[in-house]
Ligand binder design. Structure first.
Ligand SMILES: [Fe+2]
Ligand SMILES: [Fe+2]
Length: 181
């Protein structure tokens, strides 16, 4: 599957989970766990693989994307720390949804079309395959396998630093694993 198609299908899944959470009828704890794992894995493959591979296509938009991931991760952490019966729960679901709506729309309407214009079909398929494999590994490891504990550092910060290291030193590959929980 093309990288952009894979990411779009994951966007739809994330939106569906948020919609279910917002509706308030289902098992919040299970849904929230599923959302956290999917969102963390989706952001990880973008941060670790997709963004570094396509950064040259639109450097500003990729930098903005890392920042939006960082904010979404903080919003997700606040939600995970909230009991479903608290007044804040629904407000935090909606705040996360709105942050993500903006980010996913920007990716699909601005970043992905630029990527589709810049990479050929084989490169997009190869990138998609690499990301799919990594997604399954991260999803199996769960949210805590990629998201740092605490409030000061997000996985986006760790990933961005890691992907920039080889450019400065010129010889090291980006780390695939990072300390998390
Ligand atoms: Fe993203
Ligand atoms: Fe995305």
């Amino acid at each position: 599957m093309k990288a952009t198609s894979l990411l779009e299908s994951q966007h739809r899944r994330i939106e569906a989970l948020l919609k279910q959470l917002e509706s308030g009828v289902a098992d919040h704890q299970a849904l929230l766990g599923e959302l956290a794992d999917h969102l963390a894995a989706h952001m990880a493959i973008e941060q670790d693989i997709f963004y570094p591979a396509i950064k040259r296509v639109n450097d500003d938009l990729v930098n903005e994307s890392y920042e939006e991931h960082a904010l979404a991760e903080v919003a997700l952490k606040r939600l995970l720390a909230t009991a479903p019966e608290d007044d804040e729960f629904r407000a935090r679901v909606i705040a996360l949804k709105e942050l993500l709506q903006h980010h996913l729309q920007e990716e699909e309407e601005e970043l992905f079309p630029a990527v589709l214009g810049a990479l050929d079909k084989d490169a997009l398929e190869q990138l998609g395959q690499t990301m799919q494999q990594r997604f399954e590994v991260v999803l199996a490891g769960g949210y805590a396998s990629v998201v740092p504990k605490g409030w000061s550092t997000t996985s986006a910060d760790v990933s961005k630093q890691s992907s920039q290291r080889p450019a400065r030193k010129g010889s090291h590959r980006p780390k695939n694993s990072r300390s998390a929980a």
